[in-house]
Write a protein that binds this ligand. Structure first.
Ligand SMILES: Nc1ncnc2c1ncn2[C@@H]1O[C@H](COP(=O)(O)OP(=O)(O)OP(=O)(O)O)[C@@H](O)[C@H]1O
Ligand SMILES: [Mg+2]
Length: 238
């Protein structure tokens, strides 16, 4: 397996509090991995380390050359157009054209000149995805990128991300609270527990994955139980 990311024994403390402890994580090239975990378990802390936004004394044996991050909020510069935002910091002569192509890929053709304030939440998040994609990352880090969107827009975004992943094949690490989002998109789902990957499940079902698929429903229920939710529903029905 070609490796996109390999970390061994990653520890991150904030004062007295140890958030990540001796964490090991390997992600294969082109692999789609989802990361679940309770609030405060350290998911964003891990992503910040992987994105190079935080450098603890870590045993990172392989970090990709090119990573890109999309956060829960789009973080677009309000005084720059959608296209300028996507092209921002791109060091290549065809940056403007590359930004236009990336915007078209996320369905924002015709909106190149739009100001961020005039974009809907879903559109702004698609522009943020375009800004990540245009960098042709080996590893794409997504920190709850759809959490603020309405349910229907979120489902559309799932389809878009699945499609972009198929076409470009970056490795993806998607942090989410939405267990179905993890199960419907990822080939492997991890659960962050007590500072390390405490549990993982590989999902081989083909795409697109259907909500009614009983095998997927079992995986979803097991993950919910692992996260400490859903037992009530399970015992009520059993
Ligand atoms: N810069 C910081 N200084 C001090 N403590 C921090 C800092 N960043 C994160 N923490 C602490 O680390 C812990 C993990 O935070 P983190 O944001 O990684 O959790 P999370 O799993 O992303 O949670 P959520 O699901 O709510 O987004 C929390 O207890 C948080 O308070
Ligand atoms: Mg977080």
């Amino acid at each position: 397996m070609t490796v996109a990311l390999d970390i061994r024994g990653l520890t991150r403390r904030f004062g007295e509090r140890t958030v990540l402890e001796e964490l090991d994580l390997t992600i294969g090239a082109g692999e789609f991995v989802a990361l679940l975990g309770r609030s405060g378990s350290g998911k964003s802390t891990l992503l910040r380390v992987l994105a190079g936004l935080d450098r603890p004394a870590a045993a990172i044996s392989h970090l990709p050359r090119q990573t890109a991050v999309v956060f829960q909020e789009p973080r677009l510069m309000p005084w720059k157009t959608a296209q300028q935002n996507v092209a921002l910091g791109l060091r290549r002569p065809d940056a403007t054209e590359a930004a236009r192509v990336a915007l078209a890929e996320v369905g924002l053709q015709g909106r190149e000149g739009a100001w961020p304030a005039t974009l809907s939440g879903g559109e702004a998040q698609r522009a943020a995805l375009a800004r990540a994609l245009v960098r042709q990352p080996e590893l794409l880090l997504l920190d709850e990128p759809f959490a603020a969107l309405d349910a229907l827009t979120r489902l559309r975004m799932h389809a878009l991300v699945a499609d972009l992943w198929r076409r470009h094949r970056p490795a993806i690490l998607l942090v989410t609270h939405d267990v179905w989002e993890a199960v419907s998109l990822a080939g492997r789902v991890l659960v962050l527990e007590e500072g390390r990957i405490g549990h993982q499940v590989t999902i081989e079902a083909s795409y697109p994955r259907r909500r009614g698929d009983p095998a997927l429903a079992d995986i979803e229920a097991a993950l919910l139980a692992r996260l400490g939710v859903g037992q009530k529903a399970a015992s009520a029905s059993g």
